[in-house]
Design a binder for this molecule. Structure first.
Ligand SMILES: *Cc1c(COP(=O)(O)O)cnc(C)c1O
Length: 398
């Protein structure tokens, strides 16, 4: 047994089995490449599930974190800390929203966003048992609260009843949403581009319609940009291109580029709902995590990452169109910029496994969709390299 195989075995013996992991132990990274314990090299088109936007072993990012480690890692939220204040100000400035609460994960950002909407409604009328409208095929996280609004039955199997009431509507079907609003509805939650559900972008008219419905009923519109935000869709936040602003925005994944941090961000209108005592976190927004956020925004600006994503994303689009054209087993090509998906007429598990063997890390979104969410610093030559491997894999399958 190699050292790597031994580790995989120890992993199975000691880590709770909630994942069927791919057979490799990743050890280090450099740019858009990862290396496993056997020093096998992989081109990374997954970015740790849309997280590591800046690429691996990014010197300035590493230096910023090391400097903060030497100063102060944690304070709790009983005191102010400068990195968190700078990070919050940056998010407020770039979103045009009003206040930020930092969390340790995407799921926790969702929990906070749901609490904001419930409390907003409660302040108007405390007598009701409030509920949400969420979307079919959505994904918002694994805690019981986030599961309540996750519109994919198999995630809820074995964990019902969930603590919050939600009714599910079809994504991009405004009439369906409208028909489900009642006097108990306190918020509508949706991803701007559905990620785990299979890479489905919202239509502009749908988001505009949700905005109008929420204004009409004075309920909160929550956009979950945990996956599609932070430049991935070709604007810093995906909603910008739609011209529709949420009342609450959730961020995570690429926000800290690997340091676990998320946030929910409230518009002016929703910023009074939570008051001291209503919500808290021990770690959330600690100086270490906040230093990561600050460095991420700094590099987004200094390297014009959003501009880069638009350019290379367009190239990826063209290449995937060609692929969809060439192979009959590809049924659909969806998404844009560096959040794209190819839907196959079959489960993509074997494609993902074969690609891994050939040195390409790529992931699925649901059963039949191959998901392309590479580090945002990816170049056209890497797209070509990915295409060569993938074509090879598909030729063997066809
Ligand atoms: C990943 C994801 C979450 C959950 O985030 P975690 O950090 O895994 O808790 C929520 N919403 C969306 C859209 C996501 O992609």
């Amino acid at each position: 047994m190699t050292k790597m195989q031994e580790y995989m075995q120890r992993g199975e013996e000691n880590i709770l089995k909630t994942y069927n992991r791919f057979p490799t132990v990743l050890e280090r990274g450099d740019g858009v490449y990862l290396f496993d314990m056997d020093d096998k090299k992989y081109l990374d088109f997954a970015a740790g599930i849309a997280v590591f936007a800046l690429g691996y072993n990014n010197k300035e990012y590493n230096d910023a974190l090391k400097a903060q480690i030497d100063k102060l890692i944690h304070t709790s939220n009983l005191y102010y800390n400068a990195p968190a204040i700078d990070a919050a100000a940056k998010i407020v400035e770039t979103t045009g929203l009003s206040k930020v609460f930092f969390t340790n994960s995407g799921t926790e950002a969702i929990e906070g966003a749901l609490k904001v909407a419930r409390k907003y409604a409660y302040l108007k009328d405390p007598s009701k048992d409030y509920e949400f409208i969420a979307m079919n095929h959505s994904f918002h996280g694994r805690s019981q609260g986030a599961l309540s609004v996750t519109g994919n039955a198999h995630y809820q199997d074995g964990f019902v009843p969930v603590p919050m009431r939600a009714v599910f509507a079809d994504f991009n079907d405004l009439e369906d949403v409208r028909s489900k609003i009642n006097d108990k509805t306190c918020g509508i939650i949706c991803e701007v581009v559905q990620g785990e559900g299979g890479i489905y972008p919202a239509e502009k008219s749908f988001l505009e319609g949700l905005r109008a419905l929420c204004d009409e009923h004075d309920i909160l519109l929550i956009f979950d940009e945990i996956q599609c935000g932070m430049g991935r869709c070709g604007s810093l936040y995906a909603y910008e291109d739609y011209g529709v602003k949420p009342d609450v925005l959730t961020l995570a994944k690429a926000l800290g580029c690997g340091v676990p941090v998320g946030a929910f961000v409230t518009a002016e209108k929703a910023s009074h709902a939570l008051v001291p005592g209503d919500h808290g976190t021990t770690y959330g927004g600690n100086p270490f995590a906040a230093a990561a956020v600050n460095e991420v925004y700094r590099q987004f600006e200094s390297r014009d990452l959003v501009g880069h994503v638009k350019e290379v994303g367009q190239y990826l689009s063209e290449k995937l169109d060609e692929l969809a054209e060439k192979y009959e087993m590809i049924r659909d090509h969806r998404g844009f910029a560096l959040m794209q998906g190819l839907e196959f007429d079959r489960p993509v598990g074997p494609i993902v496994t074969a690609a891994l063997e050939k040195g390409l890390i790529i992931i699925s979104a649901g059963t039949n969709v191959l998901r392309f969410v590479p580090p945002l610093v990816i170049e056209k030559e890497h797209v070509d390299e990915m295409m060569n491997i993938l074509t090879d894999v598909l030729d063997h399958l066809a």
